[in-house]
Write a protein that binds this ligand. Structure first.
Ligand SMILES: C[S@@+](CC[C@H](N)C(=O)[O-])C[C@H]1O[C@@H](n2cnc3c(N)ncnc32)[C@H](O)[C@@H]1O
Ligand code: SF4
Length: 382
């Protein structure tokens, strides 16, 4: 196997030239550190699907992946739960530190205590905090938690990162746009400013089996139903506010990154997304989009693979598409399989494979890692 420097060179060349049959390995790997969640965010199906007592990634899988960690530049640890609750946090920090990788996850920040905060600043961090509200009342409704306390915890981590952390650390705030919070986007931007965060994303709400028929935590609560929370009226309200939001963000030095709301608020593909989820369960493939769109995505080269606790390896964290199982094949066999070559071949002809559904794909700006910078250089040179 190549050393990490030579491998980066190889991966960048293969990605820049869109070679279908690669010899390189992914630079971005997602481990399902937790399956199950004790929290109860109103739009999330994880606690109901996987239970409230999270299970951990088996050591056996980590051992099988061990030879490939040296190529990983972003080690992502969120899966179906709250990653920072993992009892293996020290292990993930160690793997990331040993290989100079960023430790990445989407997190609520709820589990951030003094010890964990101190440990986290040891490693390069790429953390995306899920906030989804601009006021304590809406935060309680959506996230079922205390706004002020969580913001304090996140603030402490960011302050310590400025004092002792790695200078490359990146922090985002993310906000799923819905009827209940669409009028709080200005407060959300102000919050990012108060925390010293320079990047925010607006995301769209995905339908799931909990929210399609409506859900509530208590009898006296108002029902939370997908089509009431995310529809063309809510999108129009968001789009109307967007120019003012952009102005406000620019004045505060905050970038509104390319969250899924940028694309979806115009397309409103919720129903087709629901249909894809059902067809995926029954015939194991998406039925929409009917004609394959032109598309590009670097994930089949640089990786965004999803390693599940049962050993399944998913193509990417945005779609449910299993490309193999680590208990049945080696990771090299899975990543270099005929099926993966066909997926890469499709993208090399600018055709998005059907398995990718409505995903818009990722480019080099998705992760600020050395291999992406090298790909940019090679693309300019070509
Ligand atoms: C499954 S969570 C895991 C990470 C972590 N527990 C958290 O809440 O940030 C990954 C991301 O999906 C978001 N999410 C949960 N339910 C969603 C839904 N129905 N539509 C869109 N995003 C959702 C979460 O807020 C979070 O940002
Ligand atoms: S903390 Fe994350 S995984 Fe847990 S319920 Fe909330 S959104 Fe879902």
């Amino acid at each position: 196997m190549l050393n990490s420097h030579d491998h980066r060179e190889l991966l960048a060349t293969e990605a820049a030239t869109l070679v279908p049959a690669v010899k390189s390995f992914p630079a971005v790997m997602y481990l399902e550190s937790q399956r199950g969640c004790p929290y109860d965010c109103i739009m999330c199906t994880v606690p109901k699907t996987y239970g409230r007592r999270p299970s951990e990634m088996p050591d056996e899988i980590l051992d099988k992946l061990n030879p490939y960690f040296k190529y990983v530049e972003t080690l992502a640890i969120h899966g179906n739960g709250e990653a920072l609750l993992s009892r293996k946090m020290d292990k993930y920090i160690e793997i990331a530190n040993e290989n100079g990788s960023f430790l990445h996850c989407n997190t609520t920040g709820f589990p951030l205590n003094q010890r964990l905060t101190n440990r986290l600043v040891d490693v390069k961090l790429d953390l995306r905090f899920s906030i989804h509200a601009g006021t304590a009342k809406t935060y309680k409704r959506v996230m079922d938690n205390d706004f002020e306390k969580t913001i304090k915890k996140i603030g402490r981590l960011i302050d310590l990162s400025h004092q002792k952390g790695h200078k490359e650390n990146t922090f985002w705030l993310s906000f799923i746009v819905m009827k209940d919070n669409v009028d709080e986007t200005e407060q959300f931007i102000n919050l990012a400013y108060k925390l010293g965060i320079k990047e925010v994303r607006f995301m769209c709400l995905h339908p799931n089996k909990r929210t399609i028929f409506g859900t509530r935590r208590n009898e006296k609560d108002e029902k939370f139903s997908h089509f009431e929370q995310a529809n063309s009226t809510v999108s129009a309200r968001f789009n109307k506010r967007l120019p003012t939001l952009k102005e406000q963000a620019a004045k505060l030095g905050i970038n509104i990154g390319s969250g899924s709301m940028n694309y979806w608020s115009g397309v409103n593909a919720g129903l087709r997304d629901v249909a894809n989820r059902f067809s995926n369960k029954i015939v194991k493939q998406n039925i929409f989009p009917i004609s394959r769109p032109r598309g590009s995505c670097l994930a089949p080269w640089t990786g965004q693979i999803q390693v599940e606790q049962n050993g399944d390896i998913g193509l990417c964290c945005s779609v449910k598409h299993v490309i193999g199982n680590i208990y049945k094949q080696s990771f090299a066999e899975i990543w270099h399989s005929q099926h993966m070559n066909e997926i890469r071949d499709s993208f090399s002809h600018k055709k998005q494979p059907r398995v990718c559904g409505y995903c818009r794909g990722i480019g080099t700006s998705e992760y600020a890692i050395p291999v992406n910078q090298l790909i940019d250089v090679k693309c300019i040179e070509a």
